[in-house]
Design a protein around this ligand. Structure first.
Ligand code: ZN
Length: 411
């Protein structure tokens, strides 16, 4: 199957629209008619075990989730399911075709670029899928959303380039997001039909890296050194792949470490900037710290303390910046203690209290800064409330077997 399609791209730190031709991949759908494995809850990679029903409840209770936060996640997932397009995709702009009333149209038209008219279907479909996957639900688990997830995966894999493994039209934001989603879907389900598609996506990510700087930017193989925002999505897709048991080239990780060092700031190098020459920001620091946590930096490292204090000092800013909130909540969750308790209580209550509760829009959140439409804002806020069980806590000894992306020592 081949087709031509206009692709538009969303990014979390700005807006990029690209046009591209996309050759149809060996779509997941075309392979799934035969040899369908039985539904299972127990076949996921060990690193994804925190999302199984039993461990999810344990993690929720021990890390500070509540019945209210879980109800908010359930409502968000329900809203996403009700606003999936009939073809399995989601859209940043086209989300109202299934609406029962006009309440969803009251949401602002997206915070990125101010226009809100573009649809960004590849990124939106990845955002549509991720909250289901974070709760351990896949196209093979028994549940009310099994078909929703399957249709989303079918649409996404149809839009993967068969030769290169690339998702979308060439923007690394959308490729990174879709790669995280397919790696998680494979890691959770171990569905063999997804393995090569996920591995192919990772190969494209590896090929797209700037070999000198170790960074990624809007387009593959950039002439610039790259930026921390695009870098974060690629790095976390590599982490997702490792968790799923897929191959990740150690050289890619070694080069990525160089980039992280080049954008680290502060007395202890615990703050991070968008590019090497710019100053640190709370959002970029959260991205950098999370990548460091997943690549072996010790909790006792002075950089981690410096970064955590900086994030905490900007706690109030997280209420109006969903992107910062998303990354910083993961960073803080990995640092249990009084700071996490304060962070969690404040942000959890903020999210629960700001979710729409009435009519068709029930379960959604209005877009804030750095979110393009309610699909992205609802997804990223649901993922923030799934922080308790989406990943195993980095520094808890009981999870010492979790694969880590190993980076060389800092120069
Ligand atoms: Zn609606």
């Amino acid at each position: 199957m081949t087709f031509q399609r206009r692709l538009v791209v969303v990014c979390a730190g700005g807006l990029m629209i690209s046009m591209g031709l996309c050759g149809g991949a060996r779509a997941f759908e075309e392979q799934s008619a035969q040899d369908q494995p039985p539904a299972t809850d127990g076949g996921s990679s060990p690193s994804y075990q925190s999302r199984t029903a039993e461990l999810r409840q344990q993690q929720l209770a021990s890390a500070g989730g509540t019945s209210e936060s879980e109800r908010a996640v359930a409502a968000a997932i329900n809203w996403l399911a009700r606003h999936q397009n009939p073809d399995g995709s989601w859209g940043c702009a086209k989300f109202t075709s299934q609406c029962k009333d006009s309440s969803c149209r009251k949401h602002p038209k997206g915070g990125i670029g101010g226009g809100g008219g573009a649809d960004y279907p590849t990124a939106a479909t990845a955002f549509g899928l991720l909250p289901f996957l974070a709760a351990g639900q896949t196209h093979q688990t028994n549940g009310p959303y099994r078909k929703v997830i399957e249709n989303g995966l079918v649409w996404m894999t149809k839009n993967q380039d068969e030769e290169t493994g690339r998702f979308g039209g060439g923007n690394m934001y959308e490729h990174g997001l879709a790669t995280i989603a397919i790696c998680e879907a494979y890691g959770l389900s171990k569905d063999p039909k997804l393995k090569n598609l996920a591995q192919g996506a990772i190969r494209f990510t590896e090929d797209a890296q700037n070999d000198v700087s170790g960074g990624w930017h809007y387009t593959a193989n950039p002439t610039t050194v790259g930026d921390t925002s695009v870098f974060g999505w690629q790095f976390m897709s590599l982490k997702s792949a490792q968790m799923a048991g897929l191959k990740v080239d150690p050289q890619t990780i070694a080069k990525a470490k160089k980039f992280l060092t080049s954008v680290s700031k502060g007395k202890a190098s615990g703050l991070y900037s968008y590019m090497p020459e710019s100053g640190p920001t709370p959002a970029m620091s959260s991205v950098g710290l999370l990548c460091r946590q997943h690549s072996g930096m010790k909790r006792s490292d002075a950089a981690m303390t410096e970064g955590m204090n900086y994030v905490m000092a900007n706690l109030n800013g997280a209420k109006s910046d969903s992107y910062f909130l998303y990354y910083a909540s993961q960073v803080m969750h990995n640092l249990p203690g009084p700071e996490w308790d304060t962070w969690n209580r404040t942000t959890r209550n903020h999210l629960v209290s700001t979710q729409v509760r009435e009519d068709c829009a029930a379960g959604s959140w209005a877009p804030s800064e750095h979110t393009a439409g309610p699909v992205m804002s609802t997804s990223i806020h649901a993922l923030t409330l799934e922080v308790y069980y989406r990943y195993m806590p980095t520094y808890a000894p009981v999870y010492a077997n979790e694969p880590k992306i190993e980076l060389p020592k800092k120069e």
